[in-house]
Design a protein around this ligand. Structure first.
Ligand code: E4P
Length: 219
């Protein structure tokens, strides 16, 4: 299972990267905006900065919603680095753009996915990654993990190579549940990744080991 971090914050990306288990980064226009980055040149520079930190796949999202615009933007993004994966929204022209990029050998991440039918379309078009938003599904009282399970089964039935990238992760249990149902990738905020570390028995056990170690090493 690949671990991606879902942020455009360079400090968080660096902290996650230093753990040594980071496989990539996902961004979106809201995450870029959250960092206060303004202007096309600065946005592109942020993608370059991320590529310089992480040795992995970096998703950068187009903001055009028409085929020609998505192709133009996607080609500019892909030219920044071979690490860039062009993130395309799940809309009609998005499917056409994914097919186009797939035929050109440019990798894509189909985003804003909320149903198995959408997942089928993206796989047929040749998406490299598919991003179902599980937290946003949970937010409306549906079950995001069920959708991941369903898509993993469908892709398995036909041998689709599109990787299921579980997005909109809210907590560490989401990550564990995604692993149980066979998601290929999770993209998560740093906080949820770090929360995987926590267990009270680990803290208690370590405190006891350290106390006993001190007894064996009198000053
Ligand atoms: C990832 O690529 C998505 O854009 C992101 O995970 C969405 O997360 P949110 O639902 O917390 O905004």
């Amino acid at each position: 299972m690949k671990f991606f971090i879902d942020t455009a914050n360079l400090d968080e990306i660096t902290e996650a990267n230093e753990l040594g288990i980071l496989d990539g980064v996902t961004t979106n226009p809201s995450l870029i905006n959250k960092e206060g980055i303004k202007g096309e040149d600065n946005i592109m520079q942020r993608y370059v900065d991320i590529c310089n930190i992480v040795d992995g796949d970096i998703s950068a999202e187009v903001v055009a919603t028409d085929f020609e615009g998505m192709v133009r933007e996607g080609e500019n993004l892909a030219a920044l680095s071979p690490k860039i994966v062009v993130k395309i929204p799940m809309i009609k022209d998005g499917i056409k753009a994914i097919k186009y990029f797939s035929s050109k050998g440019i990798r894509t991440n189909c985003t804003l996915v909320f149903s198995a039918g959408q997942a089928l379309l993206a796989a047929k078009a040749g998406a490299t990654y598919l991003s179902p938003f599980i937290g946003r599904i949970d937010d409306i009282s549906w079950d995001g993990i069920d959708l991941i399970d369903q898509i993993v089964a469908i892709y398995g039935n036909y041998g689709f190579t599109t990787e299921v990238l579980a997005a909109s992760i809210r907590n560490p249990l989401h990550i564990v549940k995604c692993a149980e149902v066979g998601a290929d990738v999770v993209t998560s905020p740093l906080k949820a990744f770090l929360a995987l570390l926590n267990h009270p028995l680990t803290d208690k056990g370590l405190a006891k080991f350290l106390a006993d170690a001190a007894k064996s090493r009198p000053a």
